[in-house]
Every structure is written in structure tokens, then in C-alpha cells.
Design a protein around this ligand. Structure first.
Ligand code: PRP
Ligand code: URA
Length: 209
């Protein structure tokens, strides 16, 4: 069974509070989502392997470390996942970004795919699937399956807020995928929204309704 990491760093929790608030308008909401995504990336990449290198300082040689091995890929689930990419690229600018377009059918709550563009060397990369909301888990589970069907095998999932139902579904369908969240909320309401949550992440990011 995969691990669930709740990233309880005070900066993440502080910013998440303002992301949740309905008083926070789109500009500030976008900025905060980017900032939290950047801070979460720091934790999500904590286990990246390092290798030894030697550099010449102005004084002498120093034995140092650089990140070794697999390359990184970010895979935002459209649309709301886009709001997190900018912050993550600030930390890892060399990451490649794939996009998976999924929307949740409002009646069935099941994901519907409408777009996909992925790096050609997907199978060589450590992939981080990103979406602010893990509600029923349908979109994240479908996005991860999409990547696995194309040969990807090293996948993590990073979300701002998760419902217990969503965590359970991803763990059942993808027991190899570790999940990183800033908060696990109480439950889903009858329309599949996370309670207390933050509302509709896509609408708040992009000013739609
Ligand atoms: C939201 C959110 C997730 C999905 C979560 O997207 O960004 O992708 O719902 O719900 P689930 O866990 O029940 O699948 P939405 O379908 O509203 O599309 P959008 O990002 O284009 O607004
Ligand atoms: N998608 C959202 O944007 N918010 C929720 O609470 C659930 C799904």
C-alpha cells in the first residue's frame, strides 16, 4: 500500500488557510497556489538520489553532491493542475511538463478525457502528477492509469486538499503511487465537493463559474 504524506510545514498550512478563504480573490489565490506548490515540491523531492562530484572553489577542491539518476516530469491534470506548475518549475526549471486534460462529468462524477500531450521520454522520468483537488479520486486515478498505460512506472501524486474517499480510491487502484497533500479534509458533499475544501479550484484560479 502506498504512503500518504500530509505536508504540515507551517508555511504550507498558513498559505493554505488563505487559499481556502472565500475572501481571497483570483490574483492572490493564483499566487498562493503557486507558492504552496513550490513548497510542497521541496518535500515531494526529498528522496531524490544524490551523487558525489568534485568542484574547484576559489580556494580548493570541494567534494559536493548533485542530483543523480532519473529525470523529473510534472503532469498537471487540466485545468486546475496548471495553477501549480509555475511554482514547481521555479524549483526544478529543467523538468519537462506533460498535460492530461480531464474534466469530471457533473452527473456521474467520472472523469472524461479531452487532451493529452506527454514528454516522449516519459518512461525514463520520475513523474509527479499534480491536481489541487483529490475528491472522489476519479480524475487522479484515471490520469495515473493513463501514464502507466504509456509505460511510466515511477509516479507520485501531489494535491493541495484530499478527501478520504479520494485517497482510498487512488490507493486501491494504484498502491505503488505515494500521495502528498497539504490537508486531508472531512468528506465529500452530495455533489462531490470536498468539505470544507476551497470550492471549485479551476473556477477560482481562472475566474470562471
Ligand atoms: C477538479 C479538480 C480535479 C477533479 C477532482 O477538476 O481539479 O481534477 O475535479 O475531482 P475527482 O477527484 O472527483 O475526480 P474539474 O473536473 O472541475 O475540471 P477543471 O480543473 O477543468 O475545472
Ligand atoms: N473539484 C474541485 O475543484 N473542488 C472540489 O471540492 C472537488 C472537485
Amino acid at each position: 500500500m502506498s504512503n500518504v504524506y500530509v505536508l504540515d510545514h507551517p508555511l504550507i498550512q498558513h498559505k493554505l488557510t488563505y487559499i481556502r478563504s472565500q475572501e481571497t480573490g483570483p490574483k492572490e489565490f493564483r499566487e498562493l497556489v503557486e507558492e504552496v506548490a513550490m513548497l510542497m515540491t521541496y518535500e515531494v523531492t526529498r528522496d531524490l538520489p544524490l551523487e558525489e562530484v568534485t568542484v574547484q572553489t576559489p580556494l580548493t577542491q570541494a567534494n559536493c553532491k548533485v542530483i543523480a539518476g532519473r529525470k523529473i516530469g510534472f503532469v498537471p491534470i487540466l485545468r486546475a493542475g496548471l495553477g501549480m506548475v509555475g511554482g514547481m518549475l521555479k524549483l526544478i526549471p529543467a523538468a519537462k511538463v506533460g498535460h492530461i486534460g480531464l474534466y469530471r462529468d457533473p452527473d456521474t462524477l467520472e472523469p472524461v478525457e479531452y487532451y493529452c500531450k506527454l514528454p516522449t521520454d516519459l518512461t525514463e522520468r520520475e513523474l509527479i502528477v499534480i491536481d489541487p483537488m483529490l475528491a472522489t479520486g476519479g480524475s487522479a486515478a484515471a490520469g495515473i492509469k493513463f501514464l502507466k498505460d504509456r509505460g511510466a512506472s515511477h509516479i507520485k501524486l501531489m494535491c493541495l486538499i484530499a478527501a478520504p474517499e479520494g485517497i482510498q480510491r487512488v490507493q486501491e487502484e494504484h498502491p505503488d503511487v505515494d500521495i502528498y497533500v497539504a490537508a486531508v479534509d472531512e468528506r465529500l458533499n452530495d455533489h462531490g465537493y470536498i468539505i470544507p475544501g476551497l470550492g471549485d479550484a479551476g473556477d477560482r484560479l481562472f475566474g470562471t463559474k
